[in-house]
Design a protein around this ligand. Structure first.
Ligand SMILES: [Fe+2]
Length: 385
C-alpha cells in the first residue's frame, strides 16, 4: 500500500521563470524573498525576480542571510520580519538551503511561534498552516521543489533535523534549468549526487513502490548520463535540463517513499561539522552502507546494475557487487570518494554522531532493508574515516 499526494504545481523548463508574475499574481500583495548571501545577487536573478513581481504590483521584502546549512535562529529572525511586514507569501530563491528556510519561515510566520517547536527534536508541535510557498531552485539536487520536507540545524545542539508536513509542500515550483547554468563545478557534482542518493535510497527503502521506482531509476540514469557534461561545461543546457528533471523526480521519490540510513548518517555528520557538503557526505558513506547491508539489498542492487549502469550479468550477487563498484568509479570521476578524516572527524566523535543521527532520523533508519542500530551507524562511518 502506498499514498500519492503531490499537490505542488510544477512549471518545468528553460524560460519557466518568465511565467512567475502571472502565476503568483493572486497569491497576495507582498512577498518575502528568502535567498543566500551571494549567488542570486551576483547572477542578477534576485533583482530580476523583484522587478518582475513589482511590475505586477507585488511588493517584495528580502531576507538574504540564509547560510549553506540553514539554522533555526535565522528562520525565527526572518519569520519576525514576515510578521512585522505582513507578507502574504514566501519565495525560496536559490539552493536547497534557501527553499528549506522559506518553508520553515512559512510555518513560523503563520503559527507565530519559534520554529524549533515544530521539530520532533524540539516541542514536537504540528503546524496546521503555513504561508503559501513558492520554490525557485537554482541547483539540481535537493528535490525540495517537489517535497514537503525542510532540513534546519539548531546551532546550539548541532541537531540537523528534517521536518515533513503537508502544509509546506510548495504551492508553486518554478524549475528553470537556465537558472542553474552558473552553478560551480563542485556544487554541480554535490547537488546531483544528493538527487542520486534520494533515488537510490528510495529504491532500497522497504516501502518502495512502483511509482517511486519508476522515477528513481529514471533519475539515476539521467544523472549517470549527464553529470559529466554539466560538470565539464556548466552552460550545457541540455545536461542541466536532464539534471534538473532528475532532481525533481528524486524529490517526488522522497515524497512517495523516502530516504534511508545514508541520509540519517549524513545529517549526523554535517550537523557535527557544517563544512561537510551534504551531497559529498552522502557519497563518502553511501558505498559502505551498501556493503554493510549487501545481503538484504543485493536483489535490488542487481536490478539497478542493469538499469542504471547497463551491466548484463546473470548472477545477482555479482551484478550487485558491480553496481557498488560502478558507483564508486562514477563518484571518483568527480573526486567524491573522500575520507571523513579529511574533514576532521575522529573515531571518538562517531558514537556521539551516531546517537544524534539515530535520535533525529530514526524514522528513516528503520526504512533501511537491514535492521540498523546506533552501533551499526558507527561501524559504517568507521569504514569511511
Ligand atoms: Fe538529500
Amino acid at each position: 500500500m502506498f499514498t500519492s499526494y503531490l499537490p505542488t504545481k510544477i512549471v518545468f523548463g528553460v524560460g519557466a521563470i518568465e511565467k512567475l508574475p502571472n502565476l503568483v499574481k493572486n497569491y497576495g500583495r507582498k512577498a518575502l524573498i528568502v535567498t543566500g548571501k551571494k549567488s542570486t545577487k551576483q547572477t542578477g536573478l534576485l533583482d530580476k525576480v523583484r522587478g518582475m513581481l513589482e511590475a505586477v504590483g507585488i511588493e517584495t521584502v528580502v531576507f538574504d542571510r540564509v547560510q549553506p546549512n540553514p539554522i533555526s535562529d535565522d528562520v525565527d529572525e526572518a519569520a519576525r520580519i514576515a510578521i512585522e511586514q505582513n507578507v502574504d507569501f514566501v519565495i525560496g530563491l536559490g539552493g536547497g538551503s534557501a527553499i528549506d528556510s522559506a518553508k520553515a519561515i512559512a510555518i513560523s510566520a503563520a503559527m507565530k511561534d519559534a520554529f524549533w517547536n515544530y521539530t520532533h527534536a524540539g516541542a514536537g508541535k504540528k503546524p496546521d498552516r503555513a504561508l503559501p510557498i513558492v520554490a525557485i531552485p537554482t541547483t539540481h539536487g535537493t528535490g525540495t521543489e517537489a517535497d514537503p520536507f525542510a532540513v534546519i540545524t539548531n546551532p546550539r545542539t548541532k541537531e540537523k533535523v528534517g521536518i515533513g508536513y503537508d502544509v509546506i509542500f510548495p504551492k508553486l515550483s518554478i524549475v528553470d534549468p537556465a537558472l542553474m547554468a552558473s552553478l560551480p563545478k563542485d556544487q554541480t557534482a554535490y547537488t546531483s549526487m544528493d538527487a542520486f542518493y534520494h533515488s537510490l535510497e528510495a529504491f532500497l527503502n522497504i516501502a518502495a513502490n512502483p511509482y517511486s521506482d519508476l522515477l528513481a531509476v529514471d533519475s539515476m540514469k539521467r544523472i549517470v548520463s549527464f553529470l559529466m557534461r554539466a560538470y565539464t561545461n556548466g552552460q550545457d543546457i541540455e545536461a542541466r535540463t536532464n539534471l534538473a528533471w532528475a532532481s525533481t523526480e528524486a524529490g517526488i521519490t522522497e515524497t512517495l517513499t523516502g530516504v534511508i540510513a545514508n541520509h540519517a548518517i549524513e545529517h549526523g555528520l554535517s550537523g557535527f561539522n557544517e563544512k561537510l557538503p551534504h551531497g559529498l557526505g552522502l557519497c563518502i558513506t553511501g558505498p559502505y552502507l551498501l556493503e554493510y547491508m549487501f545481503e538484504e539489498c543485493k536483489e535490488r542492487l542487481a536490478a539497478l546494475a542493469k538499469e542504471v549502469f547497463n551491466i548484463q550479468q546473470y548472477s545477482v550477487s555479482k551484478a550487485a557487487r558491480l553496481f557498488i563498484e560502478k558507483l564508486y568509479e562514477f563518484q571518483e570521476l568527480f573526486d567524491l570518494n573522500q575520507r571523513l578524516s579529511k574533514f576532521g572527524f575522529k573515531e571518538e566523535d562517531l558514537p556521539e554522531i551516531a546517537t544524534v543521527a539515530y535520535r533525529i532520523m530514526k524514522g528513516v533508519v528503520v526504512k533501511s532493508p537491514k535492521k540498523l542500530e546506533e552501533k551499526d551507524l558507527v561501524e559504517i562511518m568507521k569504514k569511511a574515516l
